[in-house]
Design a protein. Structure first.
Length: 397
């Protein structure tokens, strides 16, 4: 699986992640653009002020009250930008918001009932669920009381909006909290996995080098004591030291090669992520059973899967990709066959590229073969490697 880290970072820079407050002015502006359409319920008060025919002083008071109301509402939405506001301040601002909604509705009429929607949204977004579950119904009841006693407007539709949108915000708040916890848990898992890998590397290196280095130290001390009186025995000890050192170097190289060797289960999981991110419908086998498949052959098949999926994501323009891993019995013996087929435009028209050429050479080193080319509806890559005698490879769902 090959991804473009530059494009990923640029994409993340343009997004405001759920559950994270805007940290910069551009982030705040993008969040504000998302919030502005939800100020639609202010259209009725604005229209009432414009065409209401009231005196200049009354209209000015109305504009001032509406401006203060909207400002407090936006402060509550951006309460976590920079230093978060204390809980008491947040509760006080919600109270002021509710008082303004009551005062403005009583003073200017039923066209201002939509202000209670923002009071309900604020209750659902800033309070814990227990607090929201009683403040939202309280806001709805206050709105009904104000509408029935101080206006001639039928408030039932607005009351339903006040309750539903407020409780919807509690769900959004819970979703944000869950997202934050999931992100933290994922980061914790990644750190634990990295620590576990470091411990495994340290343990393997200790097992590989501990005995060899101890032997080298012992033989070096013996050679040092033998040098004055018996140079022939000292030379044999030095020869042993050289042999042990060379073997330790071989062991370390084999260990590092093992760490770098790609695994088929890992590449299948990576293919699922890469294809999904590219909008390609992936048809993948279940957990592969790798009995009888040599490690070198598994590594080559993993490279083949990575190369094929990279080509599908980058060049094919496909909408579907099917991957299969099956065992076949041939005249030359049992084989493990990896097939990757898509419905895209196919590979390059001027012959195989460097990736397929290198993959073919890898397969030849383990006695395998590669077939790649256009089919009736897309492009197909098939990699085959021999199995060990009596081996069995299939797909476990």
């Amino acid at each position: 699986m090959t991804e473009d880290p530059v494009s990923d970072k640029a994409r993340e820079a343009r997004l405001i992640r759920i559950g994270e407050p805007p940290l910069t002015r551009p982030d705040a502006l993008r969040k504000l653009v998302w919030i502005v359409p939800w100020l639609v319920f202010l259209s009725s008060p604005v229209h009432d002020l414009v065409v209401g025919g009231r005196g200049a002083a009354v209209t000015a008071v109305g504009w001032a009250g509406l401006t203060v109301f909207t400002g407090i509402y936006l402060v509550l939405l951006f309460r976590n930008m920079g230093d978060p506001l204390p809980d008491r301040v947040v509760a006080g601002l919600v109270g002021v918001l509710g008082a303004l909604a009551v005062a403005l509705t009583v003073a200017f009429g039923g066209a201002w009932l939509g202000l209670f929607v923002y009071v309900s949204v604020s209750c659902g977004s800033v309070f814990q669920p227990r607090g929201a579950y009683w403040t939202i119904p309280l806001t709805t009841l206050v709105m009904l009381a104000v509408a029935l006693t101080a206006t001639d407007t039928q408030p039932w539709g607005v009351a339903l909006l006040v309750a539903l949108i407020g409780f919807s915000m509690t769900g959004v708040r819970q979703l944000i909290r869950t997202t934050i916890e999931l992100r933290l848990a994922r980061a914790t898992v990644a750190r634990l996995a990295a620590n576990e890998e470091r411990l495994r590397l340290a343990r393997d290196l200790h097992d590989l080098l501990g005995h060899s280095l101890s032997l080298i130290t012992l033989k070096s001390e013996l050679a040092g004591r033998m040098l004055p009186g018996d140079p022939e025995k000292a030379a044999r000890q030095v020869a042993d030291i050289e042999q042990v050192s060379r073997q330790a170097l071989v062991d370390v190289r084999e260990a590092v090669t093992g760490y770098r060797r790609p695994r088929l289960p890992d590449e299948l999981a990576g293919a699922q992520v890469a294809l999904g991110a590219a909008g390609v419908v992936a048809e993948l086998p279940g957990e592969p059973d790798l009995d009888g498949l040599p490690r070198e052959s598994e590594s080559v098949l993993a490279w083949a899967l990575r190369e094929a999926v990279t080509n599908v994501v980058r060049h094919s323009g496909a909408t579907r990709c099917a991957v299969s891993l099956v065992r076949r019995q041939t005249l030359d013996g049992p084989l493990c066959e990896l097939s990757v087929e898509d419905n895209g435009a196919g590979g390059p028209a001027k012959g195989p590229g460097n990736g397929l050429t290198g993959l073919s050479e890898r397969l030849e080193e383990v006695g395998g073969t590669l077939e790649a080319g256009r089919v009736k509806r897309g492009f197909r890559l098939v990699a085959r490697v021999p199995l060990a005698a009596g081996g069995d490879v299939g797909s476990r769902a």
